[in-house]
Design a protein around this ligand. Structure first.
Ligand code: ZN
Length: 249
């Protein structure tokens, strides 16, 4: 067993531990998802600080006694400090982290998706970034169709078709395969936007034009969809500013 590790990564969650320590969840395409202690992170000036969303090359060491990883050094690439200055951008980043941690996926394509989304949150529209991340994430996890044909019965969607949702498969489906009594629907124009988003990379997806109202509806649609697909797992949605409790599920 190796007791030292080094690799590119980003801190995607921090939790306070006893005294002034902090537990950082680091997402690294080469090391995976690692929980590492940042000792004295909350007080000592000399300690290695690893604020949330710090990206860089992390040097980690594992204690033989406790078996815990700790952060020894970081060669910082970016701190993404703007995320702490805006509640909605911060919540979007927290949602992306929730999804990565829940899926337990840590491959390089998800890493690119995640860091592209975090970078885009500096200036792009928050809801557009969130929609693009969620659409690509669900596709990579095999949790969505292609929005061209129904993933359950394979029938191509009609141009004017309103998609429903299958609570059994956990994916958007054609009207016949819908199990939700049309309570979670994706109308034709919204579906076209989502399909285009999936065809483009993150940088280009956020440049697609869409009305504010349409964009907001699609965003709320995906928040509700995620609550159904990951029940009880996404604190950013369940307890945050985007509470969907008042909306019909
Ligand atoms: Zn179908």
């Amino acid at each position: 067993m190796e007791h030292e590790a080094k690799g590119l990564g980003i801190v995607i969650r921090t939790e306070n531990a006893r005294e002034s320590d902090r537990v950082c969840t680091i997402f690294s395409p080469s090391l995976g998802l690692i929980r590492a202690m940042s000792y004295g992170a909350r007080k000592s000036v000399k300690s290695i600080k690893a604020p949330l969303y710090t990206e860089g090359t992390f040097s980690l060491e594992k204690s033989i006694r406790s078996g815990r990883w700790s952060i020894r050094d970081i060669d910082v690439i970016a701190t993404h400090g703007y995320l702490s200055e805006d509640l909605e951008r911060n919540m979007a980043a927290a949602l992306f982290s929730d999804l990565v941690i829940t899926s337990r996926t840590a491959d390089s394509s998800l890493y690119k998706l995640y860091t592209d989304a975090i970078d885009l949150l500096e200036e792009a529209d928050v809801e557009k970034v969130a929609i693009a991340f969620i659409v690509h994430f669900l596709s990579e996890e095999g949790m969505s169709g292609d929005y061209i044909s129904c993933p359950v019965c394979q029938r191509p969607y009609r141009d004017d078709e309103i998609l429903g949702f299958s609570s059994i498969e956990g994916v958007p489906v054609c009207s016949e395969c819908d199990t939700m009594g049309s309570s979670l629907i994706l109308p034709p124009n919204a579906r076209r936007y989502v399909r285009r988003t999936l065809e483009l990379d993150m940088d280009n997806a956020v440049l697609l034009s869409v009305s504010d109202l349409q964009r907001h509806r699609i965003f709320r649609y995906f928040l509700r969809l995620l609550r159904l697909s990951f029940p009880g797992k996404l604190r950013s949605i369940e307890s945050g500013i985007w509470n969907t409790d008042k909306e019909v599920l």
